[in-house]
Design a binder for this molecule. Structure first.
Ligand code: PLP
Length: 423
């Protein structure tokens, strides 16, 4: 039996209707921006394996750091114990995060990073004997698949089976161009009519919605409104963190700092699952008390896993090299040139770029759903050509590893152009 055949016997995949979906492709090897399947067919990984892998597959520098840590201290419980890798990650992050971030809490993935932030926002007010239980989130947000993260997410088919079982979330429009005032007004109105604890947002780019972008000034204004009303702000940088937007964090573009930041995905360079939620000193102090009931009773078995920490440290080192910063600029320039080239194409609605993120919306006759027919046609076309891209409805986006070569990038662009002609 091939790997693919064995897979269909035993495995259940994420976001997959097994009755109607195609069988998965078995990948046996990866190097740089390339992957090879069990038949040795080559693919360009143009979405960095769901946005986690900035430095390429099977990166030697990170692998060495992991090996060294595995053979020194692979894991130790973090309740009552600590270790140097966790402390070094914390020191490093506090150095590079927005200045008001002072405390680091580890967990395992993007959803748990968000779960922790939302629980902290709610308990912050509980600890202060204030009744504030509503969370504010954007329309079409994506914050993950655990319960509080789902509640904050606005993409309905991810969450429709669970409606009525969520914490209170009120949604406001994203301040995309022309919608800024509507977004500000909606926020003010929600705060006036509800007891709001926190506002969670994907800063500047909504990834899962199809790389929907909005301006830093608009986000600064929303954060200001929250601050005036003592509503805690949560920047979900799970996708945008670690260079994707052209700066280390999307919040580096924004003049107002958030109370909390969620990190995961590229944190360990796409090697080991790990996540972090960061906090201001003020947030931490709402839990700091003689009363044990005011503590944050949240933890995961593998909290601050030293091997994951070693991977994170190596990744941040790589990100900060001049080579990687140059790569990010190179890809951004390249994207901007491609955007100019195709945005006036008769079949293109609009194209947009921020940092290494590029997205193009393609005209379609029918209302295009998230996993609709155009999406399937495009996806299959890309796979056939050996390019891994996962369109969101009629939106095709690129989020390449920073080490992708110009030649590989050009092949990705050409494949997208051909796809636009094809659909
Ligand atoms: C992917 C993502 C999450 C969820 O992360 P997981 O590791 O898949 O749980 C949360 N927020 C944003 C913005 C994401 O892109």
């Amino acid at each position: 039996m091939t790997l693919t055949e064995k897979d269909s016997q035993y495995l259940w995949h994420p976001y997959t209707q097994h009755k109607t979906s195609q069988t998965p492709i078995a990948i046996s090897r990866g190097e740089g921006a390339l992957l090879w399947d069990e038949n040795n067919k080559e693919y360009i990984d143009a979405i960095a394996s769901w946005w986690v892998n900035p430095f390429g597959h099977s990166n030697k520098f990170i692998a060495d750091a992991i090996y060294k840590q595995l053979t020194t201290l692979e894991h130790v419980l973090f309740g009552g114990f600590t270790h140097e890798p966790a402390i070094k990650v914390a020191e490093k992050l506090i150095e590079i995060l927005p200045k008001n971030q002072q405390k680091i809490f580890f967990s395992d993935n993007g959803s748990t990073a968000v779960e922790v932030a939302i629980k902290v926002a709610l308990q912050y007010f509980f600890n202060k004997n204030e009744k504030r239980t509503t969370i504010i989130a954007f329309e079409n947000a994506f914050h993950g698949d655990t319960f509080a993260a789902m509640a904050a997410s606005g993409i309905s088919f991810y969450t429709q089976a669970f409606q009525g079982m969520f914490i209170d979330v009120v949604r406001i429009p994203v301040p995309v161009k022309g919608q800024e005032e509507a977004s500000f007004e909606a926020l003010k109105n929600v705060i006036k009519t509800h007891n709001c604890a926190g506002f969670i947002f994907e800063p500047l780019v909504q990834g899962a919605a199809g790389m929907v972008m909005y301006e830093p000034e608009a986000l600064a204004k929303l954060i200001q409104i929250c601050k005036e009303n003592k509503v805690l702000t949560i920047a979900d940088e799970v996708m945008t963190g670690f260079g994707k937007t052209g700066k280390t964090f999307a919040m580096d573009y924004v003049s107002e700092d958030p109370d909390m930041i969620c990190l995961s995905k590229a944190l360990t360079g796409g090697t080991i699952p790990m996540a972090i939620t960061t906090f201001t000193q003020d947030v931490f102090e709402a839990f700091y008390d003689d009363d044990i009931n005011k503590a944050l009773f949240h933890g995961h078995t593998f909290t601050a896993n030293p091997t994951g920490c070693a991977a994170a440290l190596a990744s941040i080192d790589l990100l900060q090299t001049e080579e990687m910063q140059t790569n990010i600029e190179r890809i951004n320039k390249s994207h901007l040139a491609f955007q100019q080239k195709i945005e006036n194409h008769a079949k293109v609605i609009t194209a947009r770029t921020l940092g290494v993120i590029f997205a193009v919306e393609i005209k379609s006759d029918a209302e295009e759903s998230y996993y609709g027919s155009m999406r399937t046609k495009l996806y299959n076309f890309f796979i056939d050509k050996g390019v891994i891209l996962r369109p969101v409805g009629n939106i095709v986006y690129i989020l390449p590893p920073y080490i992708m070569t110009d030649e590989q990038l050009q092949k990705v662009y050409k494949t997208i152009e051909d796809a636009i002609e094809m659909v």
